[in-house]
Design a protein. Structure first.
Length: 67
């Protein structure tokens, strides 16, 4: 049992490293078009698209919060 705790802790850190979200944190938003509904944006880094009322999106396209 004493040996199991360090193995679990190391496994947890390895899983956190593999599943980290920094891969999509480098979005470079580019304005595609502007219409009546808002501004359309696209990210050439991750391929995400977004639409905002005004201004650049605040979140990476790969990790957009669900509303």
């Amino acid at each position: 049992m004493l040996l199991l705790a360090p193995i679990l802790i190391i496994g947890l850190y390895v899983a956190m490293y593999i599943l980290r979200t920094e891969k999509t944190g480098a979005c470079k938003w580019r304005q595609v078009s502007k219409g009546a509904e808002g501004v359309d944006w696209a990210c050439p880094v991750c391929g995400a698209t977004a639409q905002t009322a005004s201004g650049e999106p605040k979140h990476c396209g790969g990790q957009m919060p669900k509303l």
